[in-house]
Design a protein around this ligand. Sequence first.
Ligand SMILES: Cc1ncc(COP(=O)(O)O)c(C=O)c1O
Length: 420
Amino acid sequence: MNQPFDSDLPNIDAPAIGPPTTDPVPQPFEVKFATRVDRLPPYMFGRINNSLYQKRRAGDDVIDLGMGNPSDPPDPSVIQKLADAAADPGNHGYSKSNGISNLRREVASKYYRLYGVRLDPDTEVMSCLGSKEGFSHMCLALMGPGDTAIIPSPYFPVHMYGVILAAGNVVALDVADSEMFLRNVAYTCEHMAPTPKVLIVNYPHNPSSAVIEPEFFVEVVRLAKKYGFMVIHDFAYADVAFDGYRPPSFLAAKGAKDVGVEFTTMSKGYNMAGWRVGFCAGNSEMIRGLGTVKGYYDYGMFAAVQIAAIVALRETDTNVEKQSRIYQGRRDVLVSGLRRLGWDVTPPKAGMFVWAKVPEPWASSMSTMDFALKLLEEGNVAVSPGSGFGQGGEGFLRMSLVENEQRLRQAVRQISKCLG
Ligand SMILES: Cc1ncc(COP(=O)(O)O)c(C=O)c1O
């Protein structure tokens, strides 16, 4: 007689399924990416980088104004501190995901010293593995399907794709005129439902070098409170400015901490790009969200790097200012050289880039990508085509100030020769 059905007992009387009598037709093994990866476009700088690599392998001396990768070293005292801290056996375990407290304290004290902003180092400052890591994980903490972020156009790629990878949508607004940008933010909020959840801003702006004055952030805070969006300010070029201009901190605007955060980095002004040291500061709830995501993904920076970063923040302000003057000298050489060739270039007030209009007749006869490839292949000068920063960058080239003045003069001569 059949036993009554009992869901807690395994059904041991069920007939076994025999092995297949024929082998299945072998299918080619396929790696299938997640939709979030399939949403990413092909890497726009791939063609340029590939050609640059081939040329260098062939022995060509290419002047590389492509990436904003600082070529000067950090202050020797910082390198020495790194070596000393690395020699200490106590510094080799896992560190804390949000950064050691002395480093967060040093960041808070720099904010007070430079911008008069008071931050609680325990709840309002977090260390990141470079600001790009922090920014992309902040997107993951805040954005999801159905959420929209407003970003600048043209855009630094992670401002767009950090949101896309978090399954959010993007509205890109022209960054060239800051008042128009703010009017467009308000217009978008008035006409979109649901309203955008996050506003991403970046001044001094990469790639266009656009800058703003402190009133800009006062208006950003007002709009954020009116329309209920959160603000992320990418302040990567906080430390690189010219002719007495001082890039304002978003957090110095009254009420900024109520609505947003700011990312800073030691990559640019401190020449520590490879060290991967960045910070997020501001709204404690947003930082808590970032900390939650990071807590699952990483164990924080190598402690020796954090200890050396404290020394850099505490003792090398003059070096940071000196580095800005070096970039200013390079800017002057490159801008005056390009102007002599008849190019329409505005000298940047800050950042590490010259954003130059592609001159005629090339602007109307070829794409910006083809023009950049021409400069590389025929002139041995690598630049970034503006289209790599979205459609808003078409018609422009981004030239970074990482080569020395002599090499920049040489670059102008090579461009001149290549364009006849
Ligand atoms: C606007 C902007 N944000 C962030 C970064 C990345 O900085 P980090 O080295 O701190 O990740 C860069 C680097 O080029 C940048 O230009």
